[in-house]
Design a protein around this ligand. Structure first.
Ligand code: HEC
Length: 112
């Protein structure tokens, strides 16, 4: 509520053209290599004041809350140790990495 909904809104719908909706979307990243890491490293996650355990709990919650349908059956919840490992250094090319993952999900090659 305090750290994320200012941009993502309470229902995860985000803002057109600036904050992507998490609804029916965020779980897809789990299906692609690097996607799990991306969910932790994206600046809203990695740079939040939440500690590793809380960030892990928030990510587990938002995946279930907003995109349970795209979660793999064998989903292993994030924990503090995994979050700590991915969190630093921050992603530098966020847009590029997001585009690469989405292109991979669609079976396309990313456009340079
Ligand atoms: C200042 C606005 C802002 C805040 C605050 C914010 N986010 Fe985000 N979030 C974004 C934007 C914008 C993106 C799209 C990627 C990018 O450009 O950073 C995003 C992407 C994401 C994604 C990946 C979804 C996708 O489709 O790329 C996740 C997961 C996420 N945020 C989680 C969080 C969590 C958890 C918090 C709170 C701890 C949070 N965000 C706080 C703006 C924000």
């Amino acid at each position: 509520m305090l750290q994320c909904q200012g941009c993502h809104l309470p229902d995860g719908s985000g803002a057109p053209d600036s904050v992507p909706s998490l609804r029916g979307s965020v779980g897809r990243f789990l299906a692609v290599e690097g996607g799990r890491e991306y969910l932790v490293r994206v600046p809203g996650s990695s740079q939040s004041p939440l500690d590793d355990a809380r960030l892990a709990a928030v990510l587990n919650w938002l995946l279930r809350e907003f995109d349970a349908d795209s979660m793999p059956e064998d989903f292993v919840p994030f924990d503090a140790a995994e979050v700590a490992g991915f969190r630093h250094p921050p992603l530098t090319d966020v847009e590029g990495e997001r585009a690469r993952l989405l292109a991979e999900l669609e079976g396309d090659s990313p456009h340079p």
